[in-house]
Design a binder for this molecule. Structure first.
Ligand SMILES: Nc1ncnc2c1ncn2[C@@H]1O[C@H](COP(=O)(O)OP(=O)(O)OP(=O)(O)O)[C@@H](O)[C@H]1O
Ligand SMILES: [Mg+2]
Length: 505
C-alpha cells in the first residue's frame, strides 16, 4: 500500500467572477509521477501556485502526509518540502550555478560563506540526481535545458520532497526532454513525488503513473496511466473527440515570396548561419528541422529584421529587405509568431484588444484619420477571441492575467489574420492544448491554401512532419538537406539532424 504524500480537498480559487479552481480534490502517492492535464485556462497553474504557497485558496485544504497545512508564502511551502520549477525561470543570470543554487541558504564557515563547501555540495547533488551541470558556470551562458536543471537542483538543495513541474518540456528540445525524464526517474527512485503539468499526451503515457484531468476548474478524471488512453484523456479534457492528424491536400506552390541568397550571420571561419540559400513560395509550408543551436535562431532573426546579416541577401515579395529592421519587414509583407510570446509577442499590461491590434493600428477600418475607431477595434478583438477560443472575460482585460496557452492564442490570432504574404511561425503551438493545436494546424493549412508562404520552426518533429510540404534540415549553420515531406520520417530526419547524410541503413 503506497502512502499518500499530498492531498487537496475542495480547493476553490476565484478571480472576481471567474472561478479558476472549483472544488479540486487531488491525491498523489509518495514516489509517484502524477500528471495534471486540462485545456488552456482549466486551472492547472493556479492550482500549482496554491500548492507552492504563492496564492492562498479561497476555500479548501491541503494535506501533506496526512497533516493539514496552510502555506503563508512560497518560503513556507519550501520549508514543508515543496519545490517548483516555473516556466519562466527565476535565476540570476549574472551569477554562477552554485551561487544560484545555495542562494539564501549558503553554507558558512564562521561568518564567511564557505565557497568550497558550496561548490562541493552542489556538485554532489548534481551527481546524485544525474543533473549534469558545471557548478561554476555562469547561468546566463547556459542553454534553456541546463538552466532548468539548475532550477531543479535549487529545489533539491532545499530538500524538496514534492516537485512541481509546470510545463517543463514546453521549452525543451527532444534531447533535453529525454534528459529530464532520466532525472524524473532518478527522483522517483528516491521516493520523491512529482507533479507534472503538460499538454503532451505521449509524455503522460511515457513518464507518469497517474493523471488528474481538469476541465473548467473541476476534476473530470483521476486514473492510473496504465488504465487509460490518450483518446480517453482528451475526452475528459475537452468533452469531444479531437482529430490529431492534419488533413491537407498536396501544395500547389506559386511564385517565390521569400528569396534567401548566401545568407551569413557571424564572421570568422565558422559563421552561425553559413552561406545559406533557399526559396519559399506562395502556397507552401516549409519546415525547418534541426537540433537547437544549429543556427535556426539566428536565421530567423536575420529573416525578420531582428538582426543584420553579415553577408548575403534577403528578398521579400520582390523587395530587398536585407539591411532593414522589423518594421520594414512587416511593411514588406511579414507576419511573425515569435518563439517567446511573453517578451516579444505581447504587451502584458495592454488589453487583449490592443494586443490583437498591434501592427494594424494605422490601417482601415481601425484608423480614422489620426484617431482609432474604437468600435471597429473592439469588434475585431471580439471576433478573434471567439474564433480562436481565447478564454478571457472580455477584450478589455489586460493579457498579463491570461493563462500561458491563451496568451499564445492571442499572438497566433493576430499574426494569422494579417494579410501578409509571408508568415514565419516559431513554435506556433507551444503551450496550447490539444484542441487548440488541432485548430491552429487547420488554420495554418487553410492559410497556405489561400496562397500564403509559411516558414515553420518547431522543436516538435511530429509537428514539422504533419504540416510541412518541404523540410529543410539545418546543421551547423547550413541546409544539409531539402526534402519533400513525402520522403521524410522521424528516423531519416533524426539522422540528418545529427549531420549524417550518408546512406541511412
Ligand atoms: N491573477 C489572475 N487574475 C485574473 N485571472 C487569472 C489570474 N490568474 C489566472 N487567472 C485566470 O484563471 C484561469 C485559469 O488559469 P491557469 O493559468 O490556472 O490555467 P492553466 O490551466 O494553467 O492554462 P494553460 O494550459 O494555458 O497554462 C484563466 O482563465 C486565467 O485567465
Ligand atoms: Mg498554465
Amino acid at each position: 500500500m503506497q502512502m499518500v504524500e499530498l492531498e487537496t480537498a475542495g480547493i476553490v480559487k476565484r478571480f472576481g467572477t471567474l472561478v479558476a479552481n472549483d472544488g479540486i480534490d487531488l491525491s498523489v502517492a509518495r514516489g509517484e509521477v502524477h500528471a495534471v492535464m486540462g485545456e488552456n485556462g482549466a486551472g492547472k497553474s493556479t492550482l500549482m501556485s496554491i500548492l507552492y504557497g504563492m496564492q492562498a485558496p479561497d476555500e479548501g485544504s491541503i494535506l501533506l502526509r496526512g497533516q493539514e497545512v496552510r502555506f503563508r508564502s512560497a518560503v513556507d511551502a519550501i520549508d514543508h518540502g515543496m519545490g517548483m520549477v516555473h516556466q519562466a525561470f527565476k535565476l540570476f543570470n549574472s551569477l554562477t550555478v552554485w551561487e544560484n543554487v545555495v542562494y539564501g541558504r549558503e553554507p558558512r564557515r564562521g561568518p564567511a560563506l564557505d565557497r568550497r563547501a558550496a561548490i562541493a555540495q552542489v556538485a554532489a547533488l548534481a551527481e546524485r540526481f544525474r543533473l549534469s551541470v558545471d557548478p561554476t558556470a555562469r547561468v546566463g551562458d547556459l542553454s534553456v535545458g541546463v538552466r532548468q536543471r539548475v532550477e531543479i537542483l535549487k529545489a533539491l538543495y532545499r530538500d524538496a520532497r514534492i516537485l512541481i513541474l509546470d510545463e517543463p518540456t514546453a521549452v525543451l528540445t527532444p534531447q533535453e526532454r529525454d534528459g529530464l525524464f532520466d532525472v524524473i526517474r532518478t527522483l522517483k527512485a528516491d521516493q520523491r513525488t512529482i507533479l507534472f503539468v503538460t499538454h503532451k499526451l505521449h509524455e503522460v503515457m511515457a513518464i507518469t503513473d497517474s493523471v488528474t484531468v481538469l476541465r473548467q476548474g473541476r476534476v473530470t478524471e483521476r486514473i492510473a496511466t496504465r488504465d487509460t488512453t490518450p483518446a480517453e484523456i482528451i475526452r475528459a479534457m475537452t468533452g469531444r473527440v479531437v482529430n490529431l492528424t492534419v488533413d491537407r491536400k498536396p501544395a500547389t506552390p506559386g511564385a517565390a515570396v521569400l528569396d534567401v541568397q548566401a545568407l551569413t550571420v557571424g564572421t570568422g571561419a565558422k559563421p552561425v548561419v553559413d552561406d545559406l540559400s533557399f526559396r519559399l513560395h506562395a502556397g507552401e509550408i516549409v519546415g525547418i528541422a534541426g537540433v537547437a543551436g544549429n543556427g535556426q535562431t539566428e536565421l530567423i532573426e536575420a529573416l525578420t529584421g531582428l538582426r543584420r546579416p553579415d553577408g548575403g541577401r534577403v528578398t521579400l515579395s520582390g523587395r530587398d529587405v536585407t539591411e532593414t529592421d522589423v518594421e520594414a519587414h512587416r511593411a514588406a509583407g511579414l507576419a511573425y509568431v515569435p518563439e517567446d510570446r511573453a517578451v516579444t509577442g505581447t504587451a502584458r499590461a495592454a488589453s487583449a484588444a490592443d494586443n490583437l491590434l498591434m501592427g494594424y493600428q494605422r490601417k482601415a477600418p481601425f484608423a480614422e484619420g489620426l484617431r482609432l475607431n474604437a468600435k471597429a477595434v473592439a469588434e475585431h478583438a471580439r471576433r478573434l477571441i471567439g474564433r480562436f477560443g481565447v478564454k478571457i472575460a472580455d477584450e478589455t482585460v489586460p493579457v498579463g492575467t491570461l493563462s500561458g496557452g491563451n496568451l499564445q492564442k492571442v499572438v497566433i490570432a493576430r499574426e494569422l489574420t494579417h494579410q501578409a504574404p509571408l508568415l514565419i511561425a516559431e513554435q506556433p503551438t507551444r503551450g496550447v492544448d490539444v484542441g487548440a493545436i488541432e485548430f491552429i494546424h487547420a488554420e495554418l493549412v487553410a492559410e497556405r491554401d489561400r496562397g500564403r508562404a509559411i516558414l515553420l520552426v518547431s522543436a516538435e518533429l511530429s509537428e514539422i512532419l504533419a504540416l510541412s510540404d518541404r523540410i529543410l534540415v539545418m546543421y551547423e549553420g547550413r541546409i544539409l538537406a531539402d526534402i519533400p515531406a513525402g520522403a521524410a520520417d522521424e528516423d531519416r530526419l533524426g539522422l540528418l539532424m545529427a549531420g549524417r547524410t550518408g546512406q541511412a541503413a
